[in-house]
Design a protein around this ligand. Sequence first.
Ligand SMILES: Cc1cc2nc3c(=O)[nH]c(=O)nc-3n(C[C@H](O)[C@H](O)[C@H](O)COP(=O)(O)OP(=O)(O)OC[C@H]3O[C@@H](n4cnc5c(N)ncnc54)[C@H](O)[C@@H]3O)c2cc1C
Length: 417
Amino acid sequence: MTHFSALSLFKNALSGHKNWQEQWPEREPKAEYDVVIVGAGGHGLGCAHYLAKEHGITNVAVIDKGWLGGGNTGRNTTIIRSNYLYDESAGLYDHAVDLWENLSQDLNYNVMYSKRGVLMLAHNVHDIQSFQRHIHANRLNGVDNTWLTPEQAKEFCPPLSIDPGARYPVVGAALQRRAGTARHDAVAWGYARSASQRGVDIIQNCAVTAIRRGPDGAVEGVETAKGFIKAKKVAVSAAGNTTVVLDSAGVRMPLESFPLQALVSEPVKPIFPCVVMSNTVHAYISQSDKGELVIGSGTDQYTSYSQRGGLPLIEHTVAAICEIFPIFRRMRMMRKWGGIVDVTPDRSPIVGKLPVPGLYVNCGWGTGGFKATPGAAHVLAWTVAKDEPHPINAPFTLERFTTGRLIDEAAAAAVAH
Ligand SMILES: Cc1cc2nc3c(=O)[nH]c(=O)nc-3n(C[C@H](O)[C@H](O)[C@H](O)COP(=O)(O)OP(=O)(O)OC[C@H]3O[C@@H](n4cnc5c(N)ncnc54)[C@H](O)[C@@H]3O)c2cc1C
């Protein structure tokens, strides 16, 4: 496989870029694997990469019912941050941010991680108290987060309106400087290329229809559109479809699936230097490298497995953006889309072993799992390889919903991202 470098770029330019090797071959499934991963999103592909790279487990298949990266990985608004409230979350999300720092080098693939800073706007006394509580908690965990006055926030993000006469005036902001964005497709492609290079089979357009268990209750393999595939270990990373896949193994998950939408404007010259989020007015926005304003909307109020949402939410989101950034009032929106997010009761993920021997899960990321991709994939790979949780994902069990040891991040996850 070609190593991407200035030299290989130069050499391939001489032949008109016609001789680049394919990034990952199209594979037919083998009869048996050591590990089958259901779902070729960033989390599933990342897990395969770390299984191969860090644990030497390469007899692995990643199976997707569609094309790789075609789920939420390729549909999200790419915001990366780790300023969640609880210690457990700080461990998980900051582990991910640490891995984002060198992910392009690790994969030899430019994931365009951009530490442009995420600004969370406070509009009332409740916001001030809540954000300052987060800032203090974050600092105790070594997670960067700083309080800004409205003037400092405007200096950091010039298009922001701090008009005191606004319906919800900006009264301060929390800034995580190390936070930012990355190119979502590149994350899926980079992990896929690296995993495939190490011997992992990526099988697209092949739905997993059921997980088969043996007479002893342990996992035996998966039924798929291309027949039965034997595997003693199966890891499910199927986001909004997790409930359906795990139901077939007799495991009922505390998840609800909702459509979540996003939209982009026509492209304009660079105007927006960071990411801005407002939980109160309910909008968030950044600018892609192509120039489009990338705007996140909310989840529909009803559960659904269709990758599209209702128009009223988009209207509400655009109204909120116009309120905080009157400068964008005459922008035209170019397209909108939706993904299916899997939401837990405490808004924290479930990452680890399930009560069925040989069955693992990484789900419940709801509206905010892109940021965690490298961290979650890394600790899931550890869990699958060793059949025990990594200390970082140990608190994120399914059992917490029966023991009551919840990790309630509803405030940190308030606006969808
Ligand atoms: C509009 C939107 C905006 C978002 N914005 C952000 C953001 O700014 N920041 C952030 O951190 N997070 C964000 N998220 C959430 C984030 O996208 C997800 O949490 C994350 O991408 C989940 O990754 P994944 O690999 O687990 O799932 P996915 O990428 O969805 O991958 C799951 C895969 O499983 C496959 N699959 C499902 N069922 C089966 C089956 N039966 N057989 C085989 N394959 C199957 C699917 O085809 C899919 O490819 C957003 C989500 C949406 C929809």
